[in-house]
Design a protein around this ligand. Structure first.
Ligand SMILES: Cc1cc2nc3c(=O)[nH]c(=O)nc-3n(C[C@H](O)[C@H](O)[C@H](O)COP(=O)(O)O)c2cc1C
Length: 205
C-alpha cells in the first residue's frame, strides 16, 4: 500500500483529477457495449466503491452483480413484474423489459442495507453512504476507462423485483450502476445556477 501522505492531497500542479471531476458526466446505459471490466478490474472497482465515508464503519450496503447470462435470466423477473403491474400492456413490452440489463456488460445493484447500530449512527447517514458508493463506483468505472450510469428506473422500486434479488425488508435499491464501453460521447448538460443554492449564514438571520 502507498503511504497516503504521498497521495493526499494531490499536488496542486496535478490538474488531471480536478479536470475529470469538473467535466464529469454520465454515459448512457443504452449506448454502452462490450467489453466490460475484467474480473480483476471489477474487483478494483468494487474496492474503490466501498472506500466511501461510512460513519462507524458499518458497511451499510452490499453489491449484487449481473453479468453474462444472468442479465437475461434476471430480465425474466423484470418482465414478469412489469406485466403483473401493467396487465393491459401489449405482450411485446415484456421483451423490451426483459432486455434492460442487456444494455451493458455489467450491471451492479447497489443495495442500501442499514445496520442496527448500538452507538446510534442514524439510518439516514447509512443511506447517504450508499449514495456515495454508487457515485464512487461511477467515478471509478470512468477513471478505469469505462462508461457508467446510475439508474433506478421503475424496477428499482418494484417489490417483485427486489424480492427476486433477495432483498431483506429493511433493504432498498440505491441504484443499478450500468458499466461498459461507451459507443458515444456524452453531450454537455445544463448545470444549476449556484446563486440561489448557496448562502452564507450570518448572525442577523
Ligand atoms: C438515485 C438516482 C437514480 C437515478 N435514476 C435514473 C433513472 O432511472 N433514469 C434516468 O434517466 N436517470 C436516472 N438518474 C440520473 C442519471 O444517473 C444521471 O445523473 C443523469 O442522466 C444526468 O447525467 P449526469 O450524471 O451527467 O449529470 C438517477 C440518478 C440518481 C442519483
Amino acid at each position: 500500500m502507498p503511504e497516503l501522505n504521498d497521495i493526499l492531497p494531490l499536488p496542486a500542479e496535478n490538474k488531471a483529477v480536478f479536470k475529470f471531476l469538473e467535466n464529469r458526466r454520465s454515459n448512457l446505459a443504452k449506448a454502452m457495449g462490450e467489453p466490460g471490466p475484467s474480473e480483476a478490474q471489477l474487483q478494483d472497482l468494487l474496492t474503490i466503491a466501498a472506500r466511501v465515508p461510512d460513519h462507524r464503519k458499518l458497511a451499510p450496503w452490499r453489491f449484487i452483480l449481473f453479468q453474462g447470462s444472468a442479465r437475461a435470466d434476471f430480465g425474466q423477473h423484470i418482465a414478469s413484474a412489469f406485466m403483473k403491474a401493467n396487465p393491459d400492456m401489449p405482450a411485446d413490452r415484456a421483451i423490451f423489459e426483459g432486455q434492460r440489463f442487456l444494455r451493458a456488460p455489467l450491471v451492479v445493484g447497489v443495495i442500501s442495507s442499514p445496520k442496527e447500530c448500538p452507538r446510534g449512527t442514524p439510518e439516514w447517514e447509512q443511506v447517504l453512504s450508499s449514495g456515495a458508493v454508487c457515485y464512487n463506483l461511477c467515478l471509478a468505472a470512468q477513471a478505469a476507462g469505462f462508461g457508467a450510469q446510475w439508474l433506478t428506473e421503475w424496477y428499482g422500486y418494484n417489490n417483485d423485483v427486489t424480492q427476486a434479488m433477495g432483498l431483506k425488508p429493511a433493504e432498498k435499491i440505491a441504484g443499478f450502476i450500468y458499466i461498459g464501453t461507451p459507443s458515444e460521447a456524452p453531450k454537455e448538460r445544463v448545470r444549476p445556477d449556484l446563486k440561489p443554492l448557496v448562502s452564507a449564514w450570518t448572525s442577523s438571520q
